[in-house]
Design a protein around this ligand. Structure first.
Ligand code: MN
Ligand code: MN
Length: 473
């Protein structure tokens, strides 16, 4: 006689009570929510395409926030309610003042708006073999070979001799030319192909081709370089020395777009970490009079260790909170600032590595994130024996988990890769020093740090919902 494999009702109930099974984000959504996912991802794609640098990202947040009634914290004498502060054009803080005093703690979401890329060197332009080229310096953890043989754009700012900043953007508009770094042809790559992947493309080979038309006067040297400089002067009013006071980034020219035959994914540059920046920013826009003051901060320089005066190791957040206290009528004393931090709860909003089915050997499938299984909560990052990790307290992990469960959030809890395979860090360990409870929390990505990162639409939307639940907690 055939025995049924169906578990008894009792076993089913026991399993439900005791086991945690991975949950597909999509399965948790209503039809109306599935439509919301589509609309939200369209807006997110448009944001990615308009903003490929940290400057552009925070600038567009300032514009959007201003339209939604947020005011510059620096201006105005009235008690602040919805405010922002932009610092050095690259790091931004946004706050919605809560009904309780700031000293009772804030709800902070910290993300970063810089992404791995190539920067132009201070003396980038030269001519060789009748071509004009630009020398670049890679920024952050890139695989250098990703940047050859692809369409590239230039985005950034040049501060001219007269001190006037000029915005440069070439390669994004459909009628624009693109730039590229040609790869060596296979026919002459015998020796290159024998080298290690970390060595076959030295940083000094990341040179962009920018021109081949010679300046008409045949009697002068470097005619192509001169012609390019003449063109730059005409278009932007800049001269060669202006590159010294410039921040021009080389970014992928291709547009972010839907991916997969079923259109369930989003492929695009800069999703680490502009996906968390966008989802937390839009959660802030929807936040009205929360219990605890809601703060979102969008850092620069995370990809090179959170350094500099616009990174998470800077004093910008302290400065912002001090001003917020002062304007709210709270004494901005060091003790009060400590109270804001020590009573504060924070999410370090950053992406995590999704398991790539093609490379199972570097993942630990029970403890790594899957694309399409919700926002990921990472208790600790770091490498080896948890070196350089913040490692959230069990009590706080429990608080976040309960919040997400109570709010119907599809979430997973994973680390990044096998223990001895490598590792990484986020802003969490720097912010943890202030005494806040903090945990890493963001969507998984495939192909992280490549020019074409993949996210799942439903995870992105779920991430937005999770941040909203957190800000309103
Ligand atoms: Mn990141
Ligand atoms: Mn990163």
């Amino acid at each position: 006689m055939m025995r049924s494999k169906k578990p008894s009702e009792k076993t089913k109930a026991l399993r439900e009570r005791l086991l945690r099974e991975p949950v597909r984000t999509w399965d948790t959504l209503t039809e109306a929510e599935k439509n919301e996912v589509q609309a939200y991802s369209r807006d997110y794609l448009a944001f990615l395409n308009r903003n490929r640098t940290e400057r552009k990202a925070v600038e567009s947040f300032v514009n959007l926030a201003s339209r939604k009634g947020f005011r510059n914290l620096d201006g105005g004498r009235t008690k602040p309610s919805r405010v922002f502060q932009l610092f050095r054009g690259k790091v931004l803080a946004v706050a919605v003042v809560g009904s309780r005093p700031l000293t009772e703690g804030m709800r902070l979401i910290a993300s970063h708006v810089d992404s791995p890329r190539l920067d132009l060197k201070p003396n980038p332009l030269y001519e060789d073999t009748g071509l004009a080229l630009l020398k670049s310096h890679y920024y952050g953890g890139v695989k250098k070979y990703h940047w050859v043989a692809r369409s590239l754009a230039l985005c950034g700012v040049v501060v001219r001799k007269d001190g006037v900043p000029v915005e440069v953007e070439v390669g994004l508009a459909p009628e624009d030319p693109i730039l590229t770094i040609p790869d060596l042809l296979p026919h002459l790559s015998r020796k290159q192909m024998e080298q290690k992947a970390s060595e076959f493309l030295p940083g000094e080979n990341l040179n962009l081709i920018v021109g081949s038309t010679p300046y008409p006067d045949k009697e002068t040297e470097d005619r192509v370089k001169l012609a390019v400089l003449e063109l730059l002067e005409k278009k932007y009013g800049i001269i060669e020395e202006d590159f010294v006071s410039a921040e021009i980034q080389v970014v992928p020219a291709e547009s972010a777009r839907e991916a997969g035959l079923d259109r369930s994914l989003l492929a695009g540059y800069g999703q680490d970490d502009r996906v968390c920046a966008y989802t937390s920013f839009t959660a802030m826009l929807e936040s009205t009079r929360p219990k605890h003051t809601a703060v979102a901060i969008f850092y620069d320089k995370e990809e090179i260790g959170s350094e500099g005066n616009t990174g998470a190791q800077s004093r910008f957040l302290e400065m912002f909170l001090t001003m917020l206290m002062e304007k709210s009528g709270l004494e901005p004393s060091p003790t009060n600032l400590h109270r804001v931090f020590f009573n504060g709860k924070a999410l370090s909003a950053d992406v995590t590595a999704a398991i790539d089915p093609t490379y199972p050997e570097v993942y630990e499938k029970r403890n790594n994130a899957r694309l399409g299984y919700g926002i990921n909560v990472t208790k600790y990052t770091g490498h080896g024996g948890k070196y350089l990790a913040s490692d959230a307290n069990a009590e706080y992990a429990g608080w976040v988990r309960k919040l997400f469960n109570d709010s119907g959030i599809a979430w997973q809890a994973a680390a990044s890769g096998k223990v001895d395979e490598g590792g990484g860090g986020t802003v969490a360990k720097f912010l943890a020093k202030s005494g806040m409870e903090i945990i890493d929390c963001g969507p998984p990505l495939l192909g992280m740090h490549s020019p074409l990162e993949l996210s799942a639409k439903d995870d992105v939307w779920m991430c937005h919902r999770a941040y909203k639940a957190f800000l309103n907690s």
